[in-house]
Design a protein around this ligand. Structure first.
Ligand code: SAM
Length: 406
């Protein structure tokens, strides 16, 4: 192969005829990008993979169930030649050359007139990498760039489109790797971060020094006042044109007051973006090997807050109904009242020997699991000094978790 580099170009294929020869795995891998570009694809092949067939069935492309024949490429703008027959590939290449159709060859890069770069996308940026005949290196460079753009470690200041708004970002249960890609990117772009006590606090250490971090847990008021002070801080910074991230534990809309904050911001005319997060309700049990559902064991899981006692008139939870359920019950904010809650569940029908796991500070270095039954959990939690934050899982799935190697 010549050392002459390829000339990079972005083809605008929307509505233009692209001919694909062959329906195997190479084609299957290339088709999504061609479809995303809006190409008018005719695929010619006697057989195709099930995934390619599904694309044809759904009308995303036209499949002609036959071999290549002369003239197939005559009016194409671009061709992907990827049959398992080298002679057919060579004939198609020759035809592409004669008609000046740029063509990629899966079997012979030297004979091709075009090469497919390793591509990736992040926030509206397409990254395309060509390294001659070293596709692994292309993919590795592409991965490094896309990953860097996603997690903010690759600085690209002009990509910043969002200013003056607030992103309510679900940070996941605590492990910094369990925030979403979008959440991490917004964090990397932020001027101000207002963070809760729960969530991926390690990520705050990575923020550049100019980023102002406000610790919501340290706002010195009572609960209601603290929430007002948080809202006021979010609105003030956003109005000053700063990009603000409200970093919350788990998912912002699961016992996270996310909607209250979103409403306050909207009322103040501040644009709000909500970025879902991985809730502790599911991820903390998973971290200790407990699936909240399991075939033949639990066909439902219910998440409830235990922040008020079952006999408290302000409780909105129907504990009687939960006592009758057979599936998994996941309790948040329930450590202090678990004795009363467990007794209520037993009173309403749950077996006293139902397994219970209490998982404190799940997914963090301090993670701790304490096992009990509904009958013993109140005492066990007190004896073992279990403290919030903890997720309490009740149901037969708990026993599955304890027998699964981690
Ligand atoms: C105010 S709620 C917020 C829930 C959060 N929005 C979510 O989706 O996970 C706080 C409760 O979540 C649970 N929690 C959050 N993170 C946890 C973790 N890493 N380990 C154990 N429990 C956690 C605890 O029950 C804690 O009391």
């Amino acid at each position: 192969m010549s050392e002459t580099p390829a000339y990079p170009v972005g083809l605008r294929l929307a509505g233009r005829r692209v001919v694909v020869l062959g329906g195997g795995t190479v084609t299957q891998r290339r088709l999504p990008a061609l479809l995303a570009a809006g190409a008018d694809i005719t695929l010619i092949s006697p057989s195709v993979t099930p995934s390619v067939e599904a694309m044809a069935t759904s009308g995303e492309l036209t499949w002609e169930r036959r071999r290549f024949r002369d003239g197939d490429l005559a009016d194409a703008w671009y061709a992907l030649i990827a049959t398992d027959d080298p002679a057919a590939n060579a004939a198609a290449s020759a035809e592409a050359e004669a008609h000046r159709v740029w063509a990629v060859r899966s079997d012979d890069a030297d004979a091709a007139t075009a090469w497919t770069p390793a591509t990736g996308r992040s926030e509206g940026v397409t990254v395309a990498v060509l390294t001659g005949q070293d596709p692994r290196r292309s993919a590795a460079v592409r991965d490094a760039i896309v990953e860097g753009l996603r997690d903010g470690s690759l600085s690209a200041p002009h990509r910043r489109a969002r200013t003056g708004g607030v992103a309510l970002v679900g940070g996941g249960p605590g492990d910094p790797d369990l925030i979403t890609v979008r959440g991490r990117r917004l964090l990397a772009d932020a001027d101000v971060v207002v963070a809760d006590r729960l969530g991926p606090r390690d990520l705050l250490d990575e923020l550049p020094p100019h980023v102002e971090v406000i610790d919501a847990a340290k706002i010195p008021y009572g609960r209601a006042m603290a929430q007002e002070a948080i809202n006021a801080a979010l609105i003030e910074h956003a109005r000053a044109g700063r990009s603000v991230v409200r970093l919350k534990g788990g998912d912002p809309f699961v016992f996270g007051r996310g909607m209250e904050e979103a409403e306050q911001l909207a009322a103040a005319g501040v644009p709000v973006t909500v970025v879902p997060g991985i809730s502790s309700a599911v991820s903390v049990p998973a971290a200790v090997g407990i699936p909240v559902t399991h075939r033949g064991v639990a066909h439902e899981f219910t998440v409830a807050s235990g922040h008020v006692a079952p006999d408290d008139p302000s409780s909105l939870v129907d504990w009687e109904a939960l006592g009758r359920l057979r599936g998994t019950l996941v309790l948040l904010m329930a450590v202090e009242r678990i004795g009363a809650i467990a007794a209520t569940l037993v009173r309403h029908g749950r077996a006293p020997d139902t397994p219970v796991a209490v998982v404190q500070e799940g997914t963090t270095a301090a993670e701790r699991r304490v096992d009990a039954t509904l009958e013993t959990v109140g005492e066990t939690v007190a004896e073992q000094g279990v403290r919030p934050p903890a997720v309490i899982v009740i149901g037969d799935v708990v026993a599955l978790g304890s027998r699964t190697p981690r």
